[in-house]
Design a protein around this ligand. Sequence first.
Ligand SMILES: C[S@@+](CC[C@H](N)C(=O)[O-])C[C@H]1O[C@@H](n2cnc3c(N)ncnc32)[C@H](O)[C@@H]1O
Length: 188
Amino acid sequence: MSLKDKEKWNAKYESSACLAGREPVPWLADHAGLLSGQGMALDIAMGEGRNALFAASLGYDVLGVDISDVGIARAESLGRENKLTIRTQVADLDHYSIEDDSYDLILCFYFLNRHLFEGIRKGLRPGGVLMYETFTVDYLQYSGFRREWVLEKNELLEAFPGLSVLDYREVDEAENETAYASLVARKE
Ligand SMILES: C[S@@+](CC[C@H](N)C(=O)[O-])C[C@H]1O[C@@H](n2cnc3c(N)ncnc32)[C@H](O)[C@@H]1O
């Protein structure tokens, strides 16, 4: 397990009541109409659970994976508050295998590990949906991020061959000092 990542993220979560807020990422909420709410969902790098719990509220049986036990404990507590149950797993995603043909929905928000791309594609069941959003290269002008931590132009669009892209965008919001790409794709 990458102890440095775990310590870094545990400290971040301990220093704030709810770092990313309780509401799901707008891209997920805005595309909820594409989601059946049936079957299994995986939230990769779930954090404090804002997106995993939203998927659970739609009816999915959700597994949330993250390296931070503090984030996971917070997600579980938020779930109890809202009478929503999710399954959780503390794991290092740098050394993680997604089971083939297992998920009807895969979420990945603000986390990038290119080694997982193939597993994500194979992990979706036919009809399964992928929602992904994270920072792009344009974000480097607003942050001290390293280039390998952000997506290249069009990278997310081309990262999952064989999936049908249902929606895609690249955004650079100077006023909010953020830049990111968002994808919704389905395995036909
Ligand atoms: C920016 S947060 C995003 C959290 C969540 N997806 C959201 O949108 O609210 C990044 C998350 O990645 C997790 N993370 C970082 N490195 C990780 C690793 N190697 N394995 C598993 N999780 C990791 C952190 O603990 C943190 O919760």
